[in-house]
Design a protein around this ligand. Sequence first.
Ligand code: THU
Length: 139
Amino acid sequence: MDTLEQQLITKARLVSKHAYAPYSGYHVGAAIVTRKGHVYSGTNVENSSYGATICAERGAIMNAVASEGPDMRIEAIAVVTASSPPAGPCGECLQVLVEFAPDEAQIILANGKGEVTTYTLKELLPKAFRQDTLHNRHH
Ligand code: THU
């Protein structure tokens, strides 16, 4: 039996083949497992305006919210690219992950060469701006 980590990597690799990346040629796949144990995936979808491009990670998060609703929580996400060392989520995707994932959520980065590196969300975005940040202020 594959480990959950391996299952997520396999799913992310599969979905990366669906990338719409005619501008960069850079294919990204992401697969999330939620607290409820369901897996959702996403791939990058580019745009001729460039700025309207949506990353694989955010695509996966949108799918997860659409299926489970606003209480969806992320336990782990695998991201597969062709980069070595394996590439991590961009800053914008980290910020969106923070909205739905705890500090300890596992960010599993992999590539086609079999390299895998795992971080916690807190390691990649240690001083995250959170919902709490909005509430914990002086009046
Ligand atoms: N990309 C992602 O899908 N995820 C990331 O975390 C980094 C970048 C995509 C966006 C664009 O389509 C291509 O990779 C090159 O930046």
